[in-house]
Design a protein around this ligand. Structure first.
Ligand SMILES: NC(=O)c1ccc[n+]([C@@H]2O[C@H](COP(=O)([O-])OP(=O)(O)OC[C@H]3O[C@@H](n4cnc5c(N)ncnc54)[C@H](O)[C@@H]3O)[C@@H](O)[C@H]2O)c1
Ligand SMILES: [Zn+2]
Ligand SMILES: [Zn+2]
Length: 363
C-alpha cells in the first residue's frame, strides 16, 4: 500500500513528507493506522548520528493508532484495537523471562537495525529499500508495521494523542523512579535536565510522595513545569556551584539523582550532588564517555547506573501509567504540544529551543 511518511533522506537532513510504499504485514506483524506519534530526543539524535548508509530512514518510536490488519500468527490483537506502540523484545530470552524486556538479548536487532530480522524492509520507494522498523514501528508515518510484543492494547476511550509518548519518553522517566529507584517519601531526588524524561520522573516522584524534589535546568519554562510537581528549580547558568546548591537544599546531598542531559560535566555534577551511598541513573544518549569523580565515588560507595526505558515492560507500564493519569496521580497531559505532521520540522525546532516539552505529531 501507499502511505505518507516523514522520511529522513540523508544523515542530518530535515524530515520530508513523502508518499512511499509499505509492505503487507507478514504473519507476525500488525498494520496500524497511526493517529499520533510523539517525538523523542532519540529520534532527533539518531537522524543526525546514524551512518550515511542507513538512510533514507523512517524514525518514530512513540506511535499510537488503530489496528487495520493482523498477520495470521498474531494473537491477542484484533482489527479495530487501539494500541500504544513501544520498543520490541523477544519475550523468550532470560532477561525477557525475568520481566527485564529492555535488556532483551535481541534488542539491538529488533529495534535498531532498520529492517526486519529476515533482512527485508517494510518501507520502499520506487522499488528501493527505505530503512524503518525503528523500535519495531517507524511510526513517523500514516501507517506503520508493528508486532504483538510492542503493541499495547488500550481502552478505546483513551485519547491516543495524550498517551503516544507513554511508549518511550514518559515510561522512561516514570519507570526510572517507579521501577529502578523505588524511593520512599523521606528520600530526595534531583533531576538534571527537565525535558520529557526528567519531568515525567518528577511526576512519578510526586506520586510517591517524595518530600524533596529538585529540578536543574537552564530553561525557565522547564523549571516552571517542574515546579508543578513540587520541585525546587535550580538554574545552572545563574548558580555558581550547582552541587553546593543541591547539597544545601537536601541537607547534605540527594538520595537519588537522574541525568537526562547527556552532558559529561553535568553527569559528574549529578554524581557529586548525591549523599553517601546515593544512586545516579544516567539516562541520556550522546557522548561516548562521561566524567566520573573517582575519589568521591570511592569514598562514598555511590552507585552510577543507567536504565533502558526505566526498566519498564511496556505491556505492564503503559496501562499502569494510564490508570495513574486517570486517577489524577500522573498529571503529564500539560507537557504535550500537538502539531500536524506537516509541521514536523517546526516541532523539532521548538523542542530543541525549549519552547515545548513533548511535541506530538497528529494526522
Ligand atoms: N535511557 C533510555 O531508555 C532513554 C529513553 C528516552 C530518551 N532517552 C534520552 O534521554 C535524554 C532526554 O530526553 P528528552 O526527550 O527529555 O530530552 P530534552 O532535550 O527535552 O531534555 C533535556 C533537558 O536538558 C536540559 N539541559 C541542557 N543543559 C543542561 C545543564 N547544563 N544542566 C541541566 N539541564 C540541562 C535542557 O534544557 C532540556 O530541558 C535524551 O538524551 C534521550 O535520547 C533515553
Ligand atoms: Zn525515545
Ligand atoms: Zn528477549
Amino acid at each position: 500500500m501507499k502511505t505518507t511518511v516523514a522520511v529522513v533522506n540523508s544523515q542530518g537532513a530535515d524530515f520530508s513528507l513523502e508518499e512511499i510504499d509499505l509492505a503487507d504485514p507478514l504473519a507476525d506483524e500488525v498494520l496500524v493506522r497511526i493517529v499520533a506519534t510523539g517525538l523523542c530526543h532519540t529520534d532527533i539524535h539518531l537522524k543526525g548520528f546514524l551512518p550515511g548508509e542507513m538512510f533514507p530512514n523512517v524514525f518514530g518510536h512513540e506511535g499510537a493508532g488503530v489496528v487495520e490488519a493482523v498477520g495470521e500468527g498474531v494473537q491477542g490483537i484484533e482489527v479495530g484495537d487501539h494500541v500504544v506502540l513501544s520498543f520490541r523484545s523477544c519475550r523468550e530470552c532470560e532477561n525477557c523471562k525475568n520481566d527485564l524486556v529492555g535488556y532483551c538479548d535481541s534488542s539491538l536487532l529488533l529495534n535498531y537495525m532498520g529492517m526486519r530480522m529476515d533482512g527485508t524492509t517494510t518501507y520502499s520507494r520506487d522499488g528501493a529499500p527505505v530503512f524503518g522498523n525503528f523500535f519495531g514501528q517507524s511510526s513517523l508515518s500514516q501507517h506503520a508495521i508493528a508486532y504483538a510484543d510492542n503493541c499495547v492494547v488500550v481502552d478505546k476511550s483513551v485519547d491516543l494523542t495524550k498517551v503516544a509518548p507513554y511508549g518511550c519518553g514518559f515510561q522512561t522517566g516514570a519507570g526510572t523512579v517507579l521501577n529502578v529507584l523505588k524511593p520512599t517519601p523521606s528520600d530526595s531526588l534531583v533531576v538534571f535536565g527537565c525535558g520529557a524524561v526528567g519531568l515525567t520522573a518528577l511526576a512519578a516522584a510526586q506520586h510517591l510522595g517524595l518530600g524533596t524534589l529538585i529540578a536543574v535546568d537552564p530553561l525557565a519554562g522547564r523549571r516552571e513545569a517542574a515546579a508543578t510537581y513540587g520541585a525546587t528549580g535550580v538554574d545552572p547558568t545563574a548558580e555558581a556551584d550547582v552541587v553546593a546548591k543541591v547539597k544545601e537544599l537536601t541537607g547534605g546531598g540527594a538520595s537519588y539523582s537522574i541525568d537526562t542531559t547527556a552532558i559529561s560535566a553535568v553527569v559528574k555534577q549529578a554524581q557529586q550532588s548525591l549523599k553517601v551511598r546515593g544512586t545516579l541513573v544516567a539516562l541520556g544518549l550522546g557522548p561516548e564517555e562521561y566524567a566520573i569523580d573517582a575519589i568521591d565515588l570511592l569514598q562514598t560507595g555511590k552507585i552510577i547506573r543507567s536504565s533502558i526505558e526505566g526498566d519498564s515492560d511496556p505491556q505492564e507500564m503503559v496501562p499502569r501509567l494510564i490508570a495513574l493519569n486517570a486517577a489524577g496521580e500522573f498529571d503529564v497531559d500539560g507537557l504535550i504540544a500537538t502539531y500536524p505532521f506537516s509541521e514536523i520540522n517546526t516541532a523539532v525546532a521548538d523542542v530543541l529551543a525549549g519552547k515545548v516539552v513533548k511535541p506530538v505529531l497528529v494526522w
